[in-house]
Design a binder for this molecule. Structure first.
Ligand code: AMP
Length: 437
């Protein structure tokens, strides 16, 4: 199967070739012909499966083939849960639509609304939006959705998790009843099926990778370690294994900030990304990480959702998530586009419950081991439920004599000489993201 078998126009195929894609992914092979036929779609697919191109390519094709003269009106609306995902989807729209005369815009919160209003007034064909900010625009009358022909709900499960249902309902009342609707979701749980039942019409159902199937291209491992020594172990692993780019997950925003600050003290370039950071700070951190001037990006689940970083080789679960599905989402950040990835979890005795929940979801046994010099003081088996042992925190200054002794020799590869973070590189978020699609 090749892209040219799917019925896409020459201009879209050219952009695909320029991206170096040779074969459609399974979701693309199934979704693209269905969307081109005008069908509604209910697609079960996570990030990493090629889902963005699966809806963007045929969407662009349909809009371009029925080009409208006169004033530009929003003809395609793509809803995404987070600012980062919205920005990334618009990037894809721009890349795949490089040879088409369509204009796109992304609107999301955390940045000034006025430039978005101005851009909307100038006219766009494809609008990518987070539900909250789009609702703001509807309330202000700064957007007209009455000419929408195609509506995409991307990562619909996450939008519901984030409490966007009322905003989505409001938006759906503002688009024409006669339209094509494409719903993408990692799960088909009850609320998603209800949403689909209300807003899709005889959808074609496509499911490529179940939410509980972890990607085969990701090797997973677990290191048991005491809570108090996780940071030390993480710094050691990054240095000793010479990881150049690693995404680290923490459970809380404060935890992310604290960890990034500690890693900086260890001589690693690190940044954190979470919901309390300004849009500018988040965009800058992501940009620095992508171009590898920041080596460690520490993120919370919500902030990391949908991040698309090409060839991200390492993901570390510094803390296990409370929801086992989040484990699957986290490790899905690596091992994409045919590349191999490595996902590592640092697990302390307190996290045995979360560990077992993940095990029963993914249904494959995770290899558990320890790193020499970082073995837990009281050995434990995370597969067995036992009474919670107390979290070992060194009295007074923290590190015990024993733990200092166990620490392996510092690695010569510790990155003291890494380039500093470039300052003032661009001003992301200071203006609306309007571009030729
Ligand atoms: P997504 O699931 O949309 O987040 O896409 C995951 C990654 O796969 C992105 O980096 C895309 O650029 C890449 N990708 C999408 N489609 C293909 C394809 N057919 N061949 C190779 N890479 C692809």
């Amino acid at each position: 199967m090749s892209f040219s078998d799917l019925g896409l126009s020459a201009d879209v195929l050219r952009a695909v070739t320029e991206q170096g894609y040779e074969t459609p992914t399974p979701i693309q092979a199934q979704a693209i012909p269905a969307v081109l036929r005008g069908k509604d779609l209910m697609a079960g697919a996570q990030t990493g499966t090629g889902k963005t191109a699966a809806f963007t390519l045929p969407l662009l094709d349909r809009l371009a083939s029925t080009a409208q003269g006169g004033q530009r009106r929003v003809r395609a609306l793509i809803l995404a849960p987070t600012r980062e995902l919205a920005a990334q989807v618009q990037d894809s729209v721009r890349v795949y639509g490089a040879h088409l005369q369509l204009r796109s815009l992304a609107v999301f919160g955390g940045v000034g609304i006025q430039p978005q209003i101005t851009a909307l007034r100038r006219g766009v064909d494809i609008l990518v939006a987070t539900p909250g900010r789009l609702q703001d625009h509807l309330d202000r009358g700064s957007v007209d959705l009455s000419k929408v022909e195609i509506l995409v709900l991307d990562e619909a499960d996450r939008m519901l998790d984030m409490g966007f249902l009322p905003a989505i309902e409001r938006i759906l009342r503002s688009v024409p009843a006669r339209r094509q609707t494409l719903l993408f979701s990692a799960t088909f749980a009850g609320p998603i099926r209800q949403l689909a039942g209300r807003f899709l019409s005889e959808p074609e159902v496509i499911e490529v990778a179940r939410a509980n199937a972890t990607t085969e291209s990701v090797s997973q491992s677990v290191y048991l370690v005491d809570h108090a020594r996780k940071r030390e172990l993480l710094s050691y692993l990054i240095g000793a294994r010479n990881w150049r780019q690693v995404l680290v997950f923490t459970r809380t925003k404060r935890g992310a900030d604290r960890l990034a600050a500690s890693l900086e003290k260890d001589g690693l370039t690190a940044a954190s990304i979470h919901g309390d950071k300004s849009q500018g700070a988040r965009t800058r951190a992501l940009k620095d990480f992508k171009r590898q001037s920041v080596r460690v990006l520490v993120a919370t689940d919500v902030a990391a959702r949908g991040l698309d970083i090409d060839r991200l080789p390492h993901v570390v679960n510094y803390e296990l998530p409370d929801t086992p599905e989040d484990y699957v989402h986290r490790i899905g950040r690596t091992g994409r586009g045919g590349e191999r990835g490595e996902a590592m979890s640092l697990v302390c005795a307190d996290e045995s419950g979360q560990f077992r929940a993940i095990q029963s979801l993914i249904k494959i046994p995770l290899p558990v081991s320890t790193v020499e010099g970082f073995e837990p003081a009281a050995p434990f088996d995370p597969n067995r439920a036992v009474g919670k042992p107390p979290i070992r925190r060194g009295a007074g200054s923290g590190k015990s004599a024993a733990s200092s002794r166990r620490r392996p020799a510092p690695q010569a590869s510790h990155p003291r000489g890494d380039r500093g973070r470039p300052q003032g590189a661009g001003k992301p978020g200071s203006r609306a993201r309007q571009r030729r699609a």
